[in-house]
Design a protein around this ligand. Sequence first.
Ligand code: SAM
Length: 466
Amino acid sequence: MKGFVPTPRETVDTMVDLLFRGRTPAADNTVLDAGCGTGQFIDGIIRWCQRRRLPVPRITGIESDPRHLLALRAKYGHLRFVSIEHADFLNEGSKPHDYIVGNPPYVPITGLSEGEKARYRTRYTTAKGRFDLYLLFFEEALRRLAPGGRLVFITPEKYLYVETAGSLRDLLARHNVEEILLVSEDTFGDLVTYPTITVISHLPPGKTRVVRRDGTAVAVTLPTGRDSWLPVIEEVATENATVRLADVCLRVSCGVATGADRVFVRPAAGLDPSLRPFAHLTIAGRELVPGLTDLPSRFVMLVPYEPDGRLMPLSQLGAFRSYLLSADVRRQLLARTCVKRKPWYAFHETPVLRDILRPKILCKDIGEIPHFWIDRPGDVIPRHSLYYIVPRDPAKIDLIAEYLRSPSAHEWLRRNCQRAAKGYLRLQSHVLQRLPVPDNLGRVAAGGRHLIGIADRPLQAQLPLG
Ligand SMILES: C[S@@+](CC[C@H](N)C(=O)[O-])C[C@H]1O[C@@H](n2cnc3c(N)ncnc32)[C@H](O)[C@@H]1O
């Protein structure tokens, strides 16, 4: 079933309250339940009206999965105010609706066929980059919302800040986003990270009430355009912040210095297969350019270390040993002054792969303004010209990256970092570690308690073949 996650009754009731807040729905008003599943919202609307002894408006439930249809028809077939449509919501719609409610499917782009992706990209402005189906549900719902009508959706909170949802934010901010409720992290157990209820009216923009997970509420003006909404939602009081980047990260460190990149860093293409067990993708600062989302995979680093940082004896290095002992390589390594008191084939600094090969954020050591890239699979070894930031909770990687990209984080870095030539910022780990971050980054997500043990995977499995 594509994206079937039923909404708990208590959450349904909260959302229906929000849908009709300050309004009395009339019998001839229309309500659309987009992706109605087994009818949780239809039941909720009927409950809401019956409790108030009000007539139930005309409800249409749209569901694409035929497996729900039998149950839906059995449940509502006898009710003249409910009609069930077996249809794809992401298609030409019917007439506008006064109210739209739903828990749209969360289906990442990887769950879509090539045909679906192509069709959505032509039809929706929100189908950009690595989009998720729920972004398109927002856009389609806004198209089908009558002037003055109201829409209430529960979705992951990611749309508030991820780059991919920039077009959706641009679109939503042209409407009246009445309320954003960051609801409890365990609303859906482990199934949805950071669920968020969004209430939007088809009216001109106004103030937005944001209720944060700690219960505090603020009225904010959302930015227009594609910018992240996180800075205005979190409004971090940076000077008095209690949580710093170091508190939410396992590591905020400078990348690996081998002391002999010409020996240890090799082109990935054409690498001798017998060296693969020791090879990991590696990136230097000069390879990263703003706007780049897929990380380059041109080079690998040959690493003679165990995941915990112990240097492997030469006798265990197989083909790597022969490579190190070849006359030219050995000569280059012996000529180094930086590893005088270490074995001749050691790195300048010991790499602890167990900590490095994790989902992480990368940034260059020097830049006009700081830019941040995400190594989501966690299979890259950053070189010395990069810093890497490993979140304690991998589920928060986007949240942390978006905060790092926000104007408030940028402003703090601008005030606290050293300056290099041309006024460029020089990032240093001890400064990055002190960066104040929003309090909610300090809490551990449901389902995010376990760090992905990428460093425990066989080293060979981390390299692309060929
Ligand atoms: C997250 S579930 C929510 C179900 C139900 N509304 C609830 O809240 O319990 C999303 C539902 O949308 C349906 N769905 C997915 N893609 C759809 C589409 N393109 N058109 C209509 N329904 C769709 C799924 O089959 C699933 O039942």
